[in-house]
Design a protein around this ligand. Structure first.
Ligand SMILES: [Zn+2]
Length: 160
């Protein structure tokens, strides 16, 4: 993880409906994929990719009253989302009080950090897409699919 690099730019993001807008100074501190069950559920997705920003480098540029907060009492984490469209916005953890994690997908441009890190990779779901080769699905333009895997040879069973 990088130390506080001198800000060289600004990256802007917003929620789906556009009510909430924000910006961070870039480069961000780091970026990571979160495979934990909590983030999976909060995003309704296979995993969440976050950009970690110093709190003091995050500015809400519009829609502050539309930001709703959910605190997970068990972990003390706070997740914010747009009260209008439901887009997950900010993920704050008590052990990192100076950091705010922001879904990478909300930024239109670059954030100065590649998501090179994985948290809870042991929870990677077997239905998550991990880059397998895809081919066009006949009769469905715009749809590609991963051909069903053939059954593994019987001699591989019990190897692990
Ligand atoms: Zn919204």
């Amino acid at each position: 993880m990088a130390k506080a690099a001198k800000p060289v730019g600004v990256s802007k993001g917003e929620c789906l409906c556009g009510k909430v807008g924000f910006e961070i100074d870039t480069p961000a501190r780091w970026a990571w994929h979160d495979h934990s069950a909590a983030s999976r559920r909060a995003h309704g997705a296979a995993y969440a990719t976050y950009v970690g920003s110093w709190r003091k480098r995050l500015r809400i540029t519009k829609g502050k009253p539309s930001i709703a907060r959910y605190e997970d009492k068990a972990t003390g984490t706070v997740r914010s989302f747009c009260a209008s469209c439901g887009t997950p916005l900010f993920y704050e953890r008590p052990r990192s009080p100076h950091m705010v994690n922001i879904p990478r997908a909300l930024f239109a441009g670059r954030t100065g950090r590649q998501p090179l890190y994985h948290v809870a990779i042991e929870e990677l779901q077997d239905w998550a897409y991990t880059g397998e080769p895809l081919v066009p699905l006949k009769g469905f333009p715009g749809v590609v699919w991963q051909r069903s895997k053939k059954k593994k040879p019987i001699e591989h069973e019990g190897m692990f």
